[in-house]
Design a protein around this ligand. Structure first.
Ligand code: V1D
Ligand code: CA
Length: 574
């Protein structure tokens, strides 16, 4: 089996967060997975990195300012007041305002953003963030245990470099938040396999296929209870093959929600660990830059087993793994068999009973055949470097190797000094797209009259005449341009100063941007753009592309907070 360069993102703080003792989501599963990876001696075989935490400003590339501000301030105590008695932002029991919720989100999103960045630099072939995959989070509210949509943020980051990204979701639930974010674009194809029918979130029918330019670029494979490995594979592989054929993605994001495993506390499918991992193996073989993310998964010991095995698959060493577990910190959880396996149960596969699996497969394949060939985007210029990268002093997304051993491993990287500018010429498919903004700005809006949130935004701005402050930014989703004010060319620092920008500091047309505003001032900076963004957001109800445009290259700031070490142990019986 050919080797791949694998980067694994892990933040040692992540396992200490708790949604509450009775809540099924247990962040501790990332820690249990990490302990198994240590026990199986996998860390020395990959780059092990701790990502910088995503700043509030970065989160507003997708989420509204109001929602991110809420998340950054909410505590269990003030939640009723800040959420208008639970009617906004966090609705119902699913999404509690737990202690440290913002920090938890910033770890999850920071990992996926760093993974995107590293993949797009060509520094790795596969990037893993088991703390990511939070696919239900919406632009302005939490949903299904997900608060910040790390996947949307990561894909938006990838679209700065490559023309098309494929998102695949094998979580038992429909990947509604990611689908919704990219529903009107043809630059992201989303494909979710999920249980459908009296099941959260209730979306994801075969006929939910995207809209406007995105028509046909959302693929849904609704399933009934009890899917086995064989049945799952019989639909997964042909659908994925067809997608790769018609869409030809430059990169793939695979959400590996582990609630599709047999015996999951919230799931109702019947996949074994190997059946679940065969999706990872299948995608890995395609040799396309790949991000592996976590997601759901509520029988914690099986989540840890499966993500450990899938890490081995990423490394291509799964056949060398001893299925009898080595001793590890969580060893007693895995009794009485102490095996790295999740067996199937004897439940009936309801998909076979009424031939529905065949119908679903045939319909999904037929819809894909109706698609025109892969869309392309022109060569354009997009500002993508961070302050650190701009100055050549560091990577905005990575805090550093996890420990000394990892540091040594990182130093031995085949590409030790590349900081986000050039692709690895050895890596297949790592084309750097250089966006030419001013040329693109001169082009008229296209004549597609179908609903498309991003084009409607771009057109409105194009009609409103030349920019007062000169700078054009291009929508990463549609390729169209609109105006944004730029930060001043000098007079502010790398994040240590705290003065808001005076209005008069907005630079004249043609001045070169050197630095970006610090996160310490993000509220001020964003306030100035807020009115324009909110207008666009209300009109569209879909991705707020303006946020993305305005935050290109923003400073990432680590947020740190001390957390207790107490663990939320989830006792389970075999
Ligand atoms: F069982 C519970 C106990 C406490 C709190 C919540 C739950 C629970 C179980 N299932 N909540 C659910 C689902 N919510 C509902 C609500 C009832 N309706 C008003 C909505 O059925 C949410 C299931 C979320 C699944 C999340 C996920 O696995 O897809 C995931 N992926 O990435 C991260 C999470
Ligand atoms: Ca899914």
């Amino acid at each position: 089996m050919s080797k791949r360069r694998v980067t694994y993102y892990y933040d040692p703080d992540v396992g200490a967060f708790t949604y509450g003792l009775t809540h099924p989501m247990k962040p501790q599963r990332m820690r249990a997975t990490h302990e198994l990876l240590i026990a199986y001696d996998m860390l020395p075989k990959m780059h092990v990195l701790r990502a910088k935490r995503a700043s509030a400003e970065t989160m507003t590339r997708f989420h509204t300012d109001e929602y991110v501000q809420f998340l950054s301030r909410v505590t269990p105590e003030n939640a009723p007041q800040l959420s208008y008695s639970g009617t906004r932002f966090l609705v119902g029991e699913d999404n509690p305002a737990f202690d440290g919720v913002f920090e938890f989100c910033s770890i999850s999103a920071g990992g996926s953003l760093a993974a995107a960045h590293r993949l797009m630099n060509g520094q790795t072939d596969i990037a893993i963030n088991w703390a990511g995959g939070l696919h239900h989070a919406k632009k302005r509210e939490a949903s299904g245990f997900c608060y910040v949509n790390d996947i949307v943020l990561a894909i938006l980051e990838m679209l700065r470099t490559v023309p098309r990204v494929l998102y695949i979701d094998i979580d038992c639930h429909h990947g509604d938040g990611v689908e919704e974010a990219f529903y009107t674009t043809n630059r992201v194809m989303t494909c979710s396999f999920h249980k459908f029918g009296e099941y959260f979130p209730g979306t994801g029918t075969l006929d939910d296929r995207g809209r406007g330019k995105g028509r046909g670029y959302a693929v849904n494979v609704p399933l009934k209870d009890g899917v086995t490995d064989e049945a799952y594979r019989s639909v997964f592989e042909p659908v994925i093959d067809k997608i790769l054929d018609v869409f030809q993605p430059s990169a793939i994001v695979l959400q590996c929600g582990a609630d599709s495993l047999s015996g999951d506390k919230l799931g109702c499918l019947n996949l074994t660990m190997q059946g679940h991992a065969s999706c990872v193996q299948y995608i890995r073989k395609k040799n396309i830059p790949l991000m592996l993310l976590g997601g759901g998964g509520y029988t914690v010991k099986n989540v840890a087993r499966t993500w450990t095995y899938e890490t081995a698959c990423a490394l291509g060493i799964e056949d060398d793994i001893d299925l009898n577990m080595p001793w590890n910190e969580y060893f007693e959880w895995f009794g009485p068999r102490y095996r790295l396996e999740v067996p199937a149960s004897n439940m009936e596969d309801m998909n076979l009973r009424d031939n529905s699996l065949n119908r679903v497969r045939e319909t999904a394949l037929r819809y894909l055949s109706e698609l025109r060939p892969a869309p392309s985007v022109g060569l354009q210029d997009v500002p993508r470097e961070s302050v650190g990268e701009h100055l050549g002093v560091g990577d905005a997304y990575e805090q550093g190797p996890l420990d000394d051993l990892d540091e040594k491993l990182a130093r031995e990287s085949p590409l030790p000094n590349i900081h986000a500018i050039l692709p690895d010429p050895r890596a297949p498919g790592h084309t750097r797209f250089v966006y030419n903004l001013q040329e693109k700005a001169a082009q008229p809006a296209d004549s597609d009259s179908e609903y498309d949130s991003d084009t409607s935004l771009a057109r409105t701005r194009a009609r409103s005449g030349p920019a007062r402050h000169g700078k054009k930014r291009m929508s990463l989703l549609t390729g169209e341009c609109f105006d944004v004010p730029r930060p001043p060319p000098e007079g502010y620092d790398l994040g240590c100063g705290h003065e808001p920008w005076p209005q008069s500091d907005i630079p004249a047309q043609g001045m070169k941007r050197r630095f970006f505003p610090s996160a310490a001032r993000w509220e001020y900076a964003l306030d100035r753009h807020l009115a324009e963004r909110e207008r666009a957001g209300m009109r569209n109800g879909r991705v707020d592309v303006g946020a993305l445009m305005m935050n290109g290259g923003a400073v990432e700031r680590a947020r740190t907070a001390e957390l207790g070490e107490e663990m939320d142990v989830d006792a389970e019986d075999d």
